[in-house]
Design a protein around this ligand. Structure first.
Ligand SMILES: Cc1cc2nc3c(=O)[nH]c(=O)nc-3n(C[C@H](O)[C@H](O)[C@H](O)COP(=O)(O)OP(=O)(O)OC[C@H]3O[C@@H](n4cnc5c(N)ncnc54)[C@H](O)[C@@H]3O)c2cc1C
Length: 729
């Protein structure tokens, strides 16, 4: 039998709800300030329903200590609550009464104590099965947002209590998604809420607005709650409605929440609900609420966080630099950042680099560059952590693999039991190379590095049709390939190749631009770039470039040291004006959704036709371009996009401002994963769920991944909604 606890249950809507829930077969706990009246109510209900399961518990919502005692009683009596109906409310116009907790009485009764009661139940034995919550709101909350509050003196304090209550329960819904929260504003009801009004106001409210009976209100509360097709959270007069926008504003919600919790913090068992933060990713297409990120300083700090989380049944997730385009780094309980883990130490003889988890690719590249070493694979953006890149098995392009995670030889982790473990076993490493933060917390790792050598960078424009036929040859003959559809002319493609110079014995045939240009002063270069950007705004300039790129077979090559540093922060790519426009800048554009799909190189022409056909159905999107990089197979990474096969990773950028963008990406992904067996990129936008994803990777890889997960994280502390959705763990 399910149990519901109803506050304010001995009169008005609360009493009607008690009758309704008892009739529907629930056990009802009447949480009331006045126990004799509550007992009378029970007797009265039993006259009609002798078998009703009813009990009462003492609570005065004007006192935090009383709320705390109430929950202690529930726990002592081992009462488990399945549903909580926060119905109690008071309205005392023209009076500003302070409680013993020094809070305004309406604010405490209508909001603060309800929230405290919920949090205390949620964090104790009694709340283990709590899945339903109804907060009785009021559409009068909108008055609380109006200027000149004194004009509305008689409504204002009540309105603010309901405004903040609505905002806080909307936020609670995000923090505890397993709890189904409804906020119902009943409108005018014949209830006891009017009992403290002046006689004249009682008369006025009697004649203003239609009044429903309490029983009819309770019936529709019950109906709304149990309707199967209901998604909406806010209801007014029996219909789904919109609360004032302030209740949905994240900053406002966090402010209300943190202030409320600061007031009743001494009554909370731990400070798990405080303070909160808004967390968003780098490009700003994901934004949510979580507890404040913590910054542990040592491995033992991390172990303690994990052990504590385990004891509370909470989740922990590591966030890198939030460069992922989705919620892969998010968890609404404990988010930790390893920014303090900045170790970098090179063993030049073994060609191994030891790194802390907080180190970014840029930092690694700069460190290696100084020491005459480099990463063997090219990356193109260095702002993220190395762990983030290999945890999402992303980044890099090379014929010899390419995913940066392949360079990792050893990881040190904190596992789900809070123990530190060093992993060198190749099969286990292959899973950690795509941990998505779901297998364990990587605190340190060892990377393979190479000595710096000369490389030849080559840029040319090719007719698309030429590339259709020559793509396999290009892939076979170059170390690194990247290309982008010419944004000025959809029929031509800009192709960049990089070859390790000494290894390949290439001749420097066409050095048409001096090395100086590429390695010149950054400030000067930024100016050129800014100027170029302005210039291409003009249609005439655009046309000239278009003609130039189409008819002229633009081709230049230049030798530089192959260095990941050159490639990234001070990189050739950023220094090359045109290429940076085509290949690099779009990744940084916070106005773009980024999606990557990995397909077989020989499928590229078919993909290109499909892409253009689909795009023509989305007229409002205008021109959308994509760029591609070639990745050799990387069998060392269990869930790499290029496991067992060479792939082209197609990076598509679509404007966030256009409303059809997501639908376009959705449809593109659907066909690509079906017809091209395209694999998705974990760090970017995608829509597929576990069942669809499972078909794209070998089944045995998934099984191995799950097995290793069980070994290192038996209590699923590192799982979050993301890993559930994409890996079913
Ligand atoms: C501007 C931009 C450019 C990009 N360019 C490319 C590109 O050229 N090629 C490419 O392939 N990808 C690219 N990406 C995608 C990006 O490389 C990945 O999303 C990468 O994972 C982000 O790393 P991060 O440090 O920001 O990690 P986050 O996004 O913060 O986290 C990523 C994942 O790593 C996990 N994680 C982080 N640290 C740890 C740890 N210590 N232990 C366990 N798990 C951990 C997190 O829990 C999360 O699951 C780009 C993204 C952006 C925004």
């Amino acid at each position: 039998m399910k149990t519901v606890l109803i506050t304010g249950a001995n009169s008005g809507i609360g009493k009607a709800l008690t009758i309704k829930y008892a009739l529907e077969g629930y056990r009802v706990i009447l949480a009331c300030r006045n126990l004799p009246t509550a007992n009378k109510t029970i007797e009265e209900i039993r006259k009609n329903q002798p078998a009703a399961h009813l009990a009462c518990v003492d609570v005065d919502l004007g006192s935090f200590a009383s709320v705390s005692r109430c929950v202690a009683t529930l726990n002592k009596k081992h009462i488990r609550i399945d549903g909580l109906l926060l119905n109690a409310g008071i309205h005392i116009p023209y009076k500003n009464i302070l409680t013993q907790d020094h809070c305004e009485l309406q604010y405490q009764t209508n909001f603060l104590s309800g929230l405290l009661l919920t949090l205390l139940i949620l964090t104790s034995e009694s709340g283990r099965s709590l899945t339903q919550l109804v907060y009785t709101g009021s559409n009068a909350h909108k008055i609380g947002t109006l200027p000149f509050p004194s004009l509305f003196g008689f409504w204002y304090l009540y309105a603010v209590s309901k405004l903040d209550g609505t905002a806080a329960f909307f936020l609670l819904q995000k923090l505890v998604p397993t709890l189904d929260i409804l906020i119902i504003s009943p409108g005018g009801v014949q209830s006891n809420i009017h009992r403290y009004k002046l006689p004249i106001l009682k008369v006025i409210s009697k004649f203003i607005g239609k009044k429903t009976t309490a029983q009819a209100t309770a019936d529709y509360f019950y109906k709304i709650y149990n309707s199967k097709s209901r998604n909406e959270k806010y209801w007014y007069l029996g219909k789904s409605a919109r609360p004032h926008t302030l209740c949905l504003d994240k900053e406002y919600q966090i402010g209300v929440w943190n202030r409320a919790l600061a007031v009743f913090a001494p009554y909370l068992p731990s400070n798990n609900f405080l303070p909160l933060q808004q967390i968003r990713n780098f490009v700003g297409n994901f934004c949510a609420i979580s507890y404040k990120t913590s910054f542990p300083r040592s491995p033992s700090d991390i172990c303690n966080i994990v052990i504590k989380a385990r004891s509370l049944g909470h989740k922990v997730h590591v966030v890198g630099k939030t460069h992922s385009y989705n919620d892969v780094f998010f968890c609404n309980q404990h988010i930790i950042s390893l920014d303090n883990f900045k170790k970098l130490s090179l063993d030049p003889i073994r060609q191994r680099l030891n790194c802390g988890a907080g180190v970014t690719i840029n930092e690694i590249a700069a460190y290696l560059d100084k020491k005459g070493f480099t990463l063997p694979f090219a990356g193109s953006f260095g702002g993220q952590t190395m762990v983030g890149a290999f945890s999402t098995s992303t980044h890099g392009f090379s014929k010899h693999g390419g995913v940066l995670g392949e360079l990792v030889y050893q990881v040190t982790i904190v596992d789900g039991l809070g123990n530190i473990k060093i992993i060198t076993d190749e099969r286990e490493l292959s899973a950690f190379r795509c941990s998505l933060g779901a297998l364990g917390i990587i605190i340190e790792f060892e990377l393979e590095v190479h000595k710096k050598d000369l490389a030849q960078y080559h840029v040319r424009s090719l007719d698309k049709k030429q590339l259709y036929t020559s793509i396999n040859k290009l892939v076979a003959t170059h170390d690194h390939i990247r290309f982008a559809i010419n944004p000025f002319n959809k029929e031509s493609v800009m192709v960049m190749t990089i070859d390790h110079f000494l290894a390949k014995k290439h001749s420097i045939a066409k050095v048409t631009m001096s090395q100086f240009f590429y390695l010149s002063d950054r400030t000067f270069h930024s100016l050129v770039l800014a100027f170029f950007r302005q210039l291409v705004q003009f249609r005439v300039v655009k046309k000239i470039i278009q003609i130039g790129l189409y008819f002229g077979s633009i081709e230049y090559s230049f030798p530089v040291f192959f260095s990941s540093n050159l490639f990234l922060k001070n990189g050739v790519v950023t220094r090359h004006v045109l290429l940076s426009q085509l290949l690099h800048e779009s990744y940084n554009d916070p106005n773009c959704f980024n999606m990557s799909l990995a397909i077989a190189p020989e499928d590229w022409s078919r993909f290109d036709h499909h892409f253009n056909r689909l795009l023509s159905q989305f007229n409002s999107l205008g021109q959308v371009n994509y760029s591609s990089r070639f990745l050799g197979k990387s069998e060392k990474v269990l869930l790499a996009t290029n496991f067992q096969k060479d792939v082209l990773v197609i990076d598509i950028q679509v404007s966030k401002k256009k409303s059809a963008s997501l639908e376009f990406l959705k449809q593109l992904e659907k066909v690509a994963t079906k017809d091209f067996k395209a694999r998705i990129h974990w760090g970017k936008v995608f829509f597929a769920e576990y069942e669809a994803i499972k078909n794209l990777w070998p089944q045995k890889n998934f099984i191995l991944f799950q097995r290793i997960k069980k070994k290192y994280d038996p209590y699923e502390i590192f799982s979050n909604p993301y890993s559930k959705r994409v890996l079913n763990i």
